[in-house]
Ligand binder design. Structure first.
Ligand code: HEM
Length: 268
């Protein structure tokens, strides 16, 4: 315990904390992406997966609390390191070059803050199912039959959710920022762990770039695929069954329900 506290108090220790929590968050992002990509399969696939996660409350809450602690430690370490850097050198350098690290860490703080705002929005959107933030209505009304059991229709929530253009746009912007944050953060992680030398550094940077581009493409494919029309007929039916307002006439809605009915309220 004492050793952990001493480690946390040193700036090297905080760099280790940033690196290890960052690595854990990347593992979460890969797992979350694999789970979410199931939206490209049949509706039952992702509904069954979401139902499985919800049916294991101990596992779910353990993972949620672990994730919360990880994000909290990552942010705490980032801000204490940033303020240590500032107090060590209160006047900014006028030039870039080797000192561009300062503006990079400022950029990391800004992109990290937008990602945090996105996570708060995302939790209200898909975990708390708050109707005020989704532009569609009460997602809890979207249910489906899974092997004789009524379960939340996560598939319909995702399709209807991303058919709202500003929701899809916000996700894409946040994912682009996440990609840039990761691209630098992943390389910095190896550096913090002492793996920087002239042979390995270009490889580490390439690996960081490849992983972050792959994650970006994977995540962006979801709102983009949905805007292109995936699952639109299914979601239009689910929306009608749940008596939710029709989405603004996006291309996918018009294709699924026809131009005449797109944009009209479904009568309760
Ligand atoms: C297209 C992109 C994404 C989709 C479709 C998506 C979908 C979802 C869904 C459906 C849930 C609710 C799970 C549930 O409670 O049943 C969820 C939860 C969550 N997502 Fe995402 N997600 C996306 C991107 C992201 C990104 C980029 C991050 C992190 C930066 C993220 C972090 C989280 C977290 C922390 C949770 C809470 C997990 C929980 O409820 O325990 N998601 N996501």
């Amino acid at each position: 315990m004492n050793l952990l506290l001493r480690l946390w108090r040193s700036s090297l220790g905080k760099k280790y904390v940033m690196a290890l929590t960052g690595a854990a968050l990347v593992v979460f992002l890969v797992g979350h992406l694999v789970g979410n990509l199931q939206v490209f399969g049949a509706p039952d696939l992702i509904n069954q997966y979401a139902h499985f996660l919800k049916s294991k409350p101990l596992l779910l809450w353990g993972a949620r609390l672990g994730l919360l602690a990880t994000v909290g430690l990552h942010i705490a370490a980032a801000f204490t390191l940033l303020s240590l850097n500032r107090s060590a050198r209160p006047v900014a350098y006028a030039t870039g070059g080797a000192y561009a690290a300062t503006s990079r860490s400022r950029y990391m703080a800004v992109s990290g803050s937008v990602i945090l705002a996105f996570i708060v929005y995302h939790l209200l959107h898909f975990t708390a199912l708050n109707p005020a933030v989704n532009g569609v209505g009460d997602f809890t009304k979207l249910t489906t039959d899974l092997h004789g059991e009524t379960v939340p229709d996560v598939y319909a929530m995702m399709i209807l959710g991303f058919n709202v253009w500003w929701v899809a746009a916000f996700y894409l912007i946040a994912q682009a920022l996440l990609f840039m944050h990761l691209s630098h953060g992943l390389a910095a992680m190896f550096q913090s762990l002492g793996l920087r030398n002239h042979v390995w550094w270009p490889r580490v940077q390439l690996l960081a770039r490849v992983v972050s581009v792959a994650l970006f493409l994977g995540y962006a494919s979801i709102p983009l695929g949905i805007l292109a029309g995936i699952g639109s007929r299914y979601a239009a039916d689910a929306r009608a069954r749940a008596h939710l307002a029709a989405a603004p006439s996006s291309a996918a809605t018009v294709l699924a329900v026809g131009p005449a009915s797109a944009g009209k309220e479904v009568v309760r």
